[in-house]
Design a protein around this ligand. Structure first.
Ligand code: ARG
Length: 463
């Protein structure tokens, strides 16, 4: 059993099971790089303020560099007895450079240290998630552009409603992910504030320079209240919340891809790499990847709920409960990144079955609203037009006909206002292209949005 840095007050060793139960090293070791980065900045500050000597800081920093290399090359053995990443590194530092290593923790506590480490770590991960989001958006945009003319049925209540462009449908997801990216940018700003210097909870008696630590680590400012600094986990909650919304969006697309790749829809085909077969039914090609992403959405929602519940009603300031922030946060990061990564590849490789989509749109009376609008333009009130077209649809259903297969005489039996030009208004193309105001499904409107999105992309990669 390792000697604890806090063993001074204790007369008996920790029970082995308690030690394992309270340790976080199994999961918080992923913070090692940020823990070291933060410690180096802290050591430089201590020397600059005359709290430790310049050569002591140099020795400490060299020692930390050695530890970093050891960890990266798999030469570092993490010890459960040393509880967490902070004590593992500190204990190793003292082993390496002697008692001067013990000066690193001057004017610092693990409470403000862990708050710093998680912020540094999450700052990088937010960038990584944003990059993955951008890749999915790119894949959606490419599919939209490559299939601009493809018409499919649009649905409400999962019943055929009006014809839309497949590209318009893809671009709907582009917009959702654009808002997700905005949420990440917002939270990144609040995240980028430096908490070190709060000490255990009340601040420190040493003449520290918090702004200098912040500057070294690229933070935009320092936290303003020591109690809040060590007990705030809002930044993790905000990320778990943004992650949950991203997964909600992906789950909706996942659901549609699953439906669309069924034999009954056959609107798309996912490439074999994203599907699996059945051990008993030879015809099966199962859309496992979108199904799993749909399923993992539950985990990510759960992570948000568990962190909210961990934090609920905790008295100020630090409580050990808060060590439970890491697993839900880490799991959200891993799951969201993985889901986005696999989605961008899957969408890029997805094959679009234009014929099947078109046929479905033609079969479902999707242009009924266009007939009604036509009748309205001939001077009939909309409510009456609705009634006229309703009867027309029933007539078609009874005779197993599509609306565009009716003769002019048949149309006129429902309303004499209908004339020869009706046929030009009820093609799928005419229906789609008539909706050309901003945000509509007309080819020209969707092409404008695709061009705008391309500019947005170009702007993002320049920043
Ligand atoms: N491993 C701890 C955590 O993640 C670090 C802070 C521990 N502080 C303490 N007073 N025990 O929360």
């Amino acid at each position: 059993m390792s000697k604890k840095p806090w063993a001074g007050r204790f007369t008996q060793p920790t029970d082995a099971f308690v030690e394992a139960f309270t340790a976080s090293i199994d999961f918080d070791q992923r913070l090692y790089r940020y823990d070291i980065q933060g410690s180096m900045a802290h050591a430089r500050m201590l020397a600059r303020q005359g709290i430790i000597a310049a050569d002591e800081a140099e020795t400490i920093i060299a020692g930390l560099e050695g530890i970093l290399a050891d960890i990266e090359q798999g030469r570092f053995e993490f010890s459960v007895g040393l509880e967490d990443i902070h004590m593992n590194i500190e204990a190793r530092l003292i082993e390496r450079i002697g008692s001067v290593g013990g000066k690193l923790h001057t004017a610092r506590s693990r409470n403000d240290q862990v708050a710093l480490d998680v912020r540094l770590y999450l700052r990088d991960e937010v960038r990584a998630v944003a990059d993955h989001l951008a890749d999915v958006q790119q894949a959606l945009l490419d599919q939209a552009e490559a299939n601009l003319g493809v018409i499919m049925p649009g649905y409400t209540h999962l019943q055929t409603a009006q014809p839309i462009l497949f590209a318009h449908h893809m671009m709907a997801y582009y917009e959702m992910l654009q808002r997700d990216a905005g949420r990440l940018r917002d939270l990144a700003e609040r995240l980028n504030i430096m908490p070190l210097g709060a000490g255990a909870l009340a601040g420190t008696t040493f003449p520290i320079d918090r702004e200098y630590v912040a500057e070294q680590l690229g933070f935009s400012g320092v936290t303003r209240n020591s109690l809040d600094s060590v007990s705030d986990r809002d930044f993790a909650l905000e990320f778990c919340s943004a992650g949950a919304i991203i997964m909600m969006h992906l789950s909706r697309l996942a659901e549609e891809l699953i439906l669309w790749s069924s034999a009954d829809f056959a609107f798309i085909e996912l490439s074999d790499g994203f599907c699996t077969g059945s051990s008993i039914m030879p015809q099966k090609k199962n859309p496992d990847v979108p199904e799993l992403v749909r399923g993992k959405t539950g985990r990510v929602y759960g992570n948000l709920m568990s962190l909210l519940t961990v934090m609920k009603a905790l008295p100020l300031a630090y409580n050990k409960d808060m060590q439970e922030d890491k697993e839900p946060l880490f799991d959200t990061i891993d799951t969201v990144k993985g889901s986005l990564k696999i989605f961008s590849a899957m969408i890029a490789e997805m094959k679009v079955r234009a014929e099947a989509m078109r046929l479905a749109a033609a079969k479902g009376f999707s242009t009924a609203t266009d007939v009604a609008d036509y009748v309205v333009r001939k001077g009939i009130p909309f409510r009456d037009a609705h009634e006229i077209v309703g009867k027309t649809v029933r007539y078609c259903l009874e005779r197993n006909k599509l609306i565009e297969e009716l003769s002019l005489d048949e149309f006129r039996s429902f309303s004499p206002a209908i004339e020869e030009d009706i046929f030009a208004h009820i093609t799928l193309e005419a229906s789609v292209d008539a909706r050309r105001a901003t945000g509509g499904t007309a080819r020209e409107a969707v092409a404008r949005e695709i061009a705008r999105a391309r500019q947005e992309r170009a702007h993002r990669s320049r920043n």
